[in-house]
Design a protein around this ligand. Structure first.
Ligand code: GTP
Ligand code: MG
Length: 208
């Protein structure tokens, strides 16, 4: 399929605001500012569809985006922003737990980390939570344009080690340069297929 219709559904903080119809969802977790919203924009060839923040820590809601009434991307609230108060942090935990625990149509939670930095303790906690919850533990390493290509594999090894990610998939991407966009789509196609959904995004010629 080629995506013809994409729609921002809602910024939700509680379950009664979640979209009801049980379409398959793929969610993105990661530190505030890691590039979750930018990746969604890259995947959909849009500039400001998923709102990117110049103010880190701003997206404290669960944002649902729906494609062709077939599947959804879920932009989870970022964590790890230093200026967030304890109360805000607790509310973040509550919002995340409620969504992640009770969502039957959630196929995968993908962990995003900044390729330049060693994963933080919160990244480790999030990743462990993802594995414990039974998801595959796929990692996307963002902002690869900030590194020389010779450094990329080295950073991926550091991320793998620090997150204890074993043989899990780690894909480096650059939303700025649109690098590995189709690697990510291929991965999503596999996730849909594995879960029995007939959703397959077509690759256009000549793109990375
Ligand atoms: P929260 O919504 O606060 O959780 O952040 P987020 O994870 O959605 O990050 P967002 O996509 O808003 O990006 C944060 C900043 O990083 C923005 O200034 C982006 O322009 C920048 N950024 C995102 N992806 C890339 C990338 O691939 N390369 C570079 N150089 N900058 C990027
Ligand atoms: Mg965001």
């Amino acid at each position: 399929m080629k995506i013809r219709n994409m729609e921002f559904l809602i910024s939700a903080v509680k379950p009664d605001q979640y979209p009801e119809e049980p379409l398959p969802e793929i969610a993105f977790a990661g530190r505030s500012n890691v590039g979750k919203s930018s990746m969604i924009n890259m995947l959909l060839n849009r500039r400001n569809f998923a709102r990117t923040s110049s103010t880190p820590g701003k997206t404290q809601t669960i944002n649902f985006y729906e494609m062709d009434h077939a599947f959804r991307f879920v932009d989870l609230p970022g964590y790890g922003y230093a200026k967030v108060s304890k109360v805000q942090h607790e509310s973040w935990g509550g919002i995340m737990n409620t969504y992640l625990k009770g969502r039957e149509n959630l196929l995968e939670i993908i962990q995003l980390v900044d390729i330049r930095h060693e994963p933080t303790e919160q990244d480790q906690e999030m990743y462990k939570w993802i594995l414990d919850a039974g998801f595959s533990g796929i990692i996307i390493a963002t902002k690869s344009d900030k590194l020389k290509s010779s450094q990329i594999q080295k950073q991926i090894s550091i991320i793998r080690k620090k997150l204890n990610a074993g043989g899990s998939i780690i894909i480096p991407i650059s939303a700025s340069n649109r690098v590995n966009k189709y690697k990510v789509w291929d991965l999503f196609n596999e996730i849909f297929e594995e879960n029995g959904y007939d959703i397959k995004l077509e690759r256009q010629d000549g793109t990375k």
